[in-house]
Design a protein. Structure first.
Length: 216
């Protein structure tokens, strides 16, 4: 794979800090290289054991997940490792659902159904996101289509038995159904509601949810 840019090119790039991160999280920037916007995640400024340990693990996991999802509209594309401590992927423009909730107050049933479908396409490629409960990783794109970003908690399901894969996929979808219940409960339908309630019962028993990034 031809690497679109290296760390040296960042010195002259237009850059916008999106999230400085914390102790064990990457510094996240939007960078413009040759007129193309990229999301750039960098652990190089973190402590030695973070950048050489969990940093490398999370970067590798996200790049592998995004490469498997290449071609899905609303998912960051062309993911690559800039170096041992950083990665980049094409920037996905849009508003987080947290902003949509504040600005528009309501999401349509059509949008939520499209978001559900996009997540199911992610699942069909053998990936679960595992951080869909908040509004920060789910987007409404400028064209009104849904998007999903930040796959550092993502896990491959290809090695899982069918029952475990369905369980993880249900946990993922629970984040979408939480929005359905909040904004379009009358359009949610009995099947989605029953699955959401079932996943909530299972979540209370899942002792590793903090490790995988699962939220309340």
């Amino acid at each position: 794979m031809i690497v679109p840019f290296g760390r040296a090119q960042l010195a002259t790039a237009e850059r916008e800090l999106l999230r400085d991160g914390r102790f064990a999280n990457a510094r996240v920037e939007r960078v413009c290289i040759d007129g193309v916007d990229w999301i750039f995640k960098d652990f190089s400024s973190r402590a030695w054991f973070v950048r050489h340990g969990i940093g490398r693990l999370l970067l590798g996991r996200e790049v592998r997940a995004l490469r498997r999802l290449e071609g899905l509209h609303g998912i960051p594309s062309r993911a690559f490792r800039v170096d041992a401590f950083a990665m980049a992927a094409r920037y996905v423009p849009g508003r987080t659902l947290g902003r949509v909730e504040t600005e528009d107050r309501r999401m349509s049933a059509d949008f939520l159904a499209a978001l559900e479908s996009l997540l199911q396409q992610v699942h069909a490629r053998g990936i679960v996101h595992l951080d869909t409960r908040g509004g920060g990783n789910l987007l409404m794109l400028p064209d009104g289509a849904p998007g999903i970003i930040d796959f550092q908690a993502a896990v491959s399901t290809r090695w899982m038995p069918a029952w475990l894969r369905r369980w993880f996929e249900g946990m993922d979808l629970g984040g979408i159904y939480k929005k359905w219940l909040q904004y379009q409960p009358e359009a949610m339908g009995a099947q989605r509601r029953a699955r959401f309630e079932q996943m909530n019962r299972w979540r209370r028993l899942w002792v590793f949810r903090g490790y995988f990034g699962l939220r309340k």
